[in-house]
Ligand binder design. Structure first.
Ligand code: SAH
Ligand code: SF4
Ligand code: F3S
Length: 451
């Protein structure tokens, strides 16, 4: 009988991708994935270290799992408890100290070694810590076959970060920038399509710094990779994230102009709208440069929509700086955004900066920014009413007879539709737009529209 594996994933899409790959590594060892931690033979927490809250969540979850592990032990059953992801990388020793009942701690670059780790950890007293940045790339050692749930898949093409924004832990938890060879990426893309993927999102901490070696020894940038991937039959939609604005080049903008399969939606984190703050963050661009970049993108692809990330209350951010962020948001318009209170992270330069902002001020600014961003999302969703757009259905709705899919802009679209339209792209006329989703009906003349 298959052993039960439960992985709980925190943080970014890269972690979601890693969790899928970890499942694939463990499959030959007899583990089958389950959504339920109850009675699991192995529980893995794939963690995020980006903000203090994210990291602390892990310890409270471990406390709950300890009770379950002990209850199982009383019945003579063994639960292997593991921590991976960015908390494991950043504070592996600390995890073992604070939670000594954890069996394995491994970083995001070593999970291809899981078969050995599991063997060691399941010996009577074994506890395993593996947070190397190994010479060999995990990608070369991972199982070749890919599985796809639904019709959208993630594909990691680049990992790590050399940008060292002064607030951010990622360069420390994920290591230096690494681009996978282009032929490996295309081969994985083809396997994902063969396994049912119609939409692929290329992932990287700095995805547009991608410079992968091609078969002929030349180097491909992200734009080239997108153009080549667009030739894969059966692949309908291409996305990528996350981009570093200072390195969006003309090739990538041209790809947005030329490649129909590249969705007109770009996540372009700006963090703040004040030059002083951007400089202190070490973002390598000014507010005007960001505005100019957005103009270029919109000229190349007029229907492109943007989403972004924001940090409020960065050390030294005063009220004028914050007003400048609001002004930028008003001018640009983001259809979606993630915004956070600045969280001081140990080991990062910003944690030691003077003029840390009061928590209450951060909370006020965050509320004001989010109110503005939420209006922009809602306005955009309402502006869809009456329009017809392509929706890729990939899950069932809450009510019987409903399907839910994604628009080109990643909006969730709920439609009354027969089950056999699952995993197909159909034109939908939008009838309602709310803060989190759209409702629509199948476009009357779909046969014509789909031709
Ligand atoms: N380049 C990566 C960054 C991942 S972190 C990517 O964009 O995927 C995602 C977001 O978390 C960042 O864009 C930033 O807005 C936020 N963030 C990072 N460090 C933070 C910190 N110390 N406090 C608050 N928010 C932070
Ligand atoms: Fe962090 Fe900046 Fe690198 Fe993004 S670009 S991962 S925010 S250091
Ligand atoms: Fe979090 Fe690591 Fe991703 S810190 S955001 S899981 S790269």
């Amino acid at each position: 009988m298959a052993k039960k594996l439960h992985i709980k994933t925190y943080g970014c899409q890269m972690n979601v991708y890693d969790s899928e790959r970890i499942t694939e590594v463990l499959k030959p060892l007899g583990y089958g994935a389950s959504d339920d931690p109850k009675g699991a033979d192995m529980v893995i927490l794939n963690t995020c270290h980006i903000r203090e809250k994210a990291a602390e969540k892990v310890y409270s979850e471990l406390g709950r799992l300890r009770i379950q592990k002990e209850a199982m032990a009383k019945k003579g059953q063994r639960m292997v408890l593991a921590v991976t992801g960015c908390v494991a990388q950043a504070e592996g020793e600390e995890v073992l100290r604070r939670a000594p009942y954890v069996d394995m701690v491994f970083g995001p670059q070593t999970y291809h070694r899981l078969p050995q780790m599991v063997a060691e950890a399941t010996r009577a007293t074994g506890q395993v810590l593996d947070t190397d940045f190994p010479e060999e790339s995990k990608f070369d050692a991972l199982p070749v076959d890919r599985q796809v749930e639904g019709s959208a898949a993630f594909l990691a093409i680049q990992e790590g970060c050399d940008k060292f924004c002064t607030y951010c832990v990622v360069p420390y938890t994920r290591g230096a920038e690494y681009s996978r060879p282009a032929s490996d990426v295309l081969a994985e893309a083809k396997r994902l399509v063969a396994a049912g993927a119609q939409e692929i999102t290329f992932l990287g901490q700095n995805v547009n710094s991608y410079h992968g070696e091609a078969a002929d020894g030349s180097e491909w940038n992200l734009a080239r990779l997108i153009r080549e991937a667009a030739d894969i039959d059966g692949l309908e939609r291409i996305r990528f994230m996350t981009s570093y604005p200072a390195e969006v080049d003309d090739d990538l903008i041209a790809a947005h102009r030329d490649v129909d399969k590249l969705m007109p939606y770009l996540h372009l984190p700006v963090q703040a709208g004040s030059d002083r703050v951007l400089q202190a963050m070490n973002r390598n661009h000014s507010v005007d440069e960001y505005r100019a970049l957005v103009d270029k993108l919109r000229t190349a692809r007029p229907d492109i929509a943007l989403s972004s990330d924001f940090i409020v209350g960065f050390p030294g951010e005063n009220d004028t700086d914050f007003r400048d962020t609001l002004k930028l948001v008003e001018d640009i318009t983001f259809i979606q955004a993630y915004s956070f209170k600045y969280s001081a992270r140990p080991g990062t330069p910003a944690a030691l900066m003077d003029f840390q902002v009061d928590e209450a001020v951060k909370a006020e600014r965050l509320a004001e920014l989010q109110a503005l961003l939420n209006t922009q999302t809602l306005d955009f969703n309402k502006a869809m009413i009456g329009k017809t757009m392509a929706v890729l259905f990939d899950r069932s709705g809450k009510k019987p007879g409903q399907l839910v899919g994604r628009s080109p802009y990643m909006q969730a679209v709920v439609v009354d539709a027969p089950e056999d339209l699952m995993n197909t792209t159909i034109d939908v006329t939008i009838e309602q737009g709310g803060p989190n989703s759209l409702m629509g009906r199948i476009f009357d003349d779909n046969t014509k529209a789909c031709a």
